[in-house]
Design a protein around this ligand. Structure first.
Ligand code: SF4
Length: 428
């Protein structure tokens, strides 16, 4: 029996797809080994959203080959889709498989195991709605990802995803419901809806709100979370639903990217900073204790000091609880490669640092507002005698208990803000 290890670089959608791929290998003559163990085959689900994602592939291959220099590597997914020529040069690469057929990797490996040289299989990505044949059950995680959508039609100027993932398309509604039932049967209490642009879900006359409404009707499901969602693709009805239905997590992650309208325009984002501010203020007002997270990019070509200052002021004043800071990364197919006025690396580092500090402050302030409240925590794991889990509004909570709390939702009274989240006392 051949041994196989699975590795994921990048986003939650990649994670969910790796889970599906793992399940497709069961009963097909392969034995899964942990990622740090020697394997006959290693599958790397790649990412190309930033230069760092690209570099991670090379690093990961070196690490895998240190444990077994003979491992055959399969590079699948986004980087395989857009950088196949470059990937051919990497050591031990036997398969390069694009996004359209990466879920069929088990059949591909079985068919062409013995051929010499990398097999490059990168067909164009179809635009049709889709179904997924295998489940995304992944026993190494307490919360389940459920892919409902793929691709994007927005073509923001810095982004290569529409080329790597193709145009927006949606998973068939019935297939989503089938998968949700399978996940619930497997014992999952929280489902996270994932995709590239989930707010653009559109299939059989159903949109994101219908998907959410139908899923929260499922009795055994305790929580439904929407992962990152584009501004302009969500409406007030979804926010009303969040306010009304306990099952729908009070959580939004909406990428802002810049607080400067000049830069937003150059990025080809579809909103002004004022519109964004108004939307999240409305959500903040309507949904008590909602956690609103965002992403901000630093160093987009032409970003002047005053543009950065606009982003800083925006994030300081807006009701956001935390944000991720990314440095601009030149992508070969993205329109922004044609822009002049690159930002000095020193400025990028300084600006990023200032924003990261602000995010830490904002997260602490948000957590502070929750102290002494009793909140439901879905516990995940125990480390050094302390259990940790998440509230629906995305607070990482630490609490001691002698009981096995894995996959259990328990009320916890929050007592202290910590560097990593909040600590509290499990209610008896
Ligand atoms: S919305 Fe913009 S940033 Fe997001 S995947 Fe689509 S093109 Fe890329």
């Amino acid at each position: 029996m051949r041994t196989i290890s699975f590795h994921t670089i990048g986003c939650r959608l990649n994670q969910s797809e790796t889970a599906v791929i793992k399940n497709s290998f069961f009963d097909k003559g392969f034995k899964e080994v942990f990622p740090d163990k020697p394997a006959d085959i290693a599958i790397i689900n790649t990412c190309t959203v930033t230069a760092r994602g690209d570099a991670d592939t090379r690093r990961l291959i070196s690490r895998i080959l240190r444990t077994n220099p003979k491992t055959r590597i399969a590079l699948i997914g986004c980087q395989a889709q857009v950088q196949r020529e470059l990937l051919k040069e990497l050591p031990n690469v036997h398969w390069i498989v694009g996004n359209e057929i990466k879920l069929d990797i088990v059949d591909i490996i079985k068919k062409v195991y013995r051929k010499k040289g990398p097999q490059v299989l990168v067909p164009p990505i179809k635009k049709d709605d889709f179904t997924i044949n295998y489940s995304g059950i992944d026993k190494s995680h307490i919360r389940a990802n459920l892919k409902i959508q793929d691709g994007c039609d927005f073509f923001c100027s810095y982004c290569e995803i529409p080329y790597a993932r193709g145009r927006s398309r949606s998973r068939k509604f019935n297939d989503i419901m089938l998968e949700a039932a399978r996940l619930i049967d497997a014992g999952y209490k929280e489902i996270v809806l994932t995709g590239i642009n989930v707010g653009k879900y559109s299939c059989q006359n159903k949109h994101i709100n219908e998907v959410v409404k139908k899923l929260i009707e499922l009795q055994e499901l305790k929580r439904l979370r929407i992962s990152s969602i584009e501004p302009t693709t969500i409406d007030e009805n979804l926010i009303h639903l969040m306010a009304k239905k306990k099952k729908l997590c009070r959580y939004l992650h909406i990428p802002l990217q810049s607080g400067s309208d000049r830069i937003l325009k150059s990025m080809r984002r579809r909103y002004t900073s004022r519109e964004f501010f108004q939307f999240i203020s409305m959500a903040h007002k309507k949904v008590p204790d909602i956690c609103i997270g965002t992403d901000v990019m630093v160093g987009f070509p032409g970003e002047r000091e005053e543009d950065f200052q606009s982003s800083y002021n925006f994030l300081q004043q807006a009701p956001v609880s935390y944000f991720h800071v990314f440095s601009y990364s030149l992508r070969h197919k993205a329109k922004s490669r044609l822009l002049s006025n690159p930002v000095d690396q020193k400025d990028i580092i300084r600006r990023s640092k200032l924003l990261r500090e602000l995010s830490t402050q904002k997260r602490r302030i948000y957590h502070q507002t929750l102290m002494d409240k009793t909140v439901d925590v879905l516990f995940e794991q125990k480390k050094e005698g302390v259990w940790s889990g998440l509230t629906d509004n995305y607070v990482r909570v630490y609490a001691k208990s002698r009981k096995n709390l894995a996959n259990i939702i328990m009320p916890v009274q929050l007592k202290k803000v910590t560097d990593k989240g909040a600590s509290g006392i499990v209610a008896r």
